[in-house]
Design a binder for this molecule. Structure first.
Ligand code: KG4
Ligand code: ZN
Length: 334
């Protein structure tokens, strides 16, 4: 097989990222994390698109530089088509189309959620098929049965908030900056799981996190009435308890799915898969249950163009190219 270089671009939310693959080897991965949203307690879509617009060219140039190649070496350009924020996706898609048209090479559209799962194929060991993947990010919470690189079925999903959103909203109540997930994770390591919050009862393989959010809110309100410094005095224990509750909900559903589908190869993906509590619990279960557990490297958990590039590699092999009238799909399914 010859050498093919693919440039991949990710701009679905608040990270502007570009990667370069030489066949299935990653040779560059550059991400600009937008900081403008921190003070607003969440991603501001309008500001996100403007930042992508400013940063996309420098990020792509940096990726080509890191890969030590010239743009004329590229065989294809891949880009996230969705799901994500429309304005943000438009920047990546328009940029990718223009560059591919100028270089006269094909364009490959990638589903962001599928890419989170295929991040497991950037570095060995690779999971073997079929495996179940718990995909937990700021916008999604799914259990996916992965039959092959490009053949996946969603068997469970959240009926309200995503797991990352639960971390972020709980963190906001505690006064932590956005995104609160990594802050809760860090503080939880210095605290104890001492507070009890409501756990949802949802049928099948679906999830729900909105009840937990309400339960935390009411609990904090009640305690603050008696002691205005309640959060300050108990921050680490609150973080530990919130994290443990979310992790317990996720692990329980994954265990049920594993038993029902009789699949013991299990993976996690998406931003929340960086959570140390979730990684630890999964590891524990692999020791007690004979599970083969796959946890992605930190740098490939949160949004990055590496995961877009590896997905594009598998599509490139099948010549799954897109037409130039392809448009972003904010609610893209797979
Ligand atoms: O996959 P991702 O980067 O973007 C989306 O596609 O949404 O996920 C971002 C989410 C945020 O909600 C963030 O708080 C959460 O992942 N996250 C974490 C951790 N690192 C990122 N949540 C818990 N613990 C972490 N260490
Ligand atoms: Zn993501």
């Amino acid at each position: 097989m010859g050498t093919d270089y693919i440039l991949s671009i990710e701009s679905s939310c608040d990270d502007t990222s570009a990667a370069v693959f030489k066949n299935n080897n990653i040779v560059a991965n550059v991400t600009y994390n937008q900081k403008v949203h921190e003070k607003y307690g969440g991603v501001v879509p309008e500001l996100a698109s403007r930042k992508h617009h400013q940063k996309i060219l420098p990020v792509v140039i940096a990726a080509l530089y890191e890969a030590k190649i010239d743009k004329h070496h590229l065989s294809a350009i891949a880009v996230t088509k969705g799901p994500g924020l429309l304005g943000s996706l438009l920047v990546g898609v328009s940029f990718a189309k223009s560059m591919a048209a100028a270089l006269d090479i094909p364009i490959i559209e990638v589903n962001h959620m599928q890419a989170h799962i295929l991040a497991h194929f950037i570095e060995e060991p690779y999971p073997s098929f079929p495996f179940l993947c718990l995909t937990v990010s700021g916008g999604h919470t799914q259990i996916v049965k992965v039959n092959d690189h490009l053949d996946m079925e969603v068997i469970g999903t959240t009926i309200d908030d995503a797991a990352g959103e639960a971390f972020d909203k709980a963190g906001k109540m505690l006064g932590l900056p956005y995104p609160a997930g990594p802050h809760i994770d860090k503080l939880a390591n210095q605290g104890q799981n001492t507070f009890r919050f409501a756990k949802p009862k949802v049928d099948g393989h679906n999830f729900s996190f909105s009840g937990l959010k309400t339960s935390i809110l009411y609990y904090l309100k009640k305690e603050i009435k008696e002691n205005p410094k309640f959060i300050e005095n108990n921050l680490n224990d609150l973080c530990s308890s919130i994290q443990s509750t979310i992790v317990e909900i996720l692990i329980k559903k994954l265990t049920i799915a594993s038993e029902e589908y009789k699949i013991q190869d299990l993976a996690i993906a998406g931003g929340v898969s960086a959570n140390s509590g979730l990684r630890k619990e999964l590891q524990k279960l692999s020791e007690s249950n004979d599970w083969n557990v796959f946890v992605p490297e930190f740098q490939y958990c949160t949004d990055n163009a590496g995961m877009i590039g590896i997905t594009a590699y598998y599509k490139f092999l099948k010549k799954e190219f897109s037409s130039f009238d392809m448009a972003p799909e904010p609610r893209m399914k797979f």
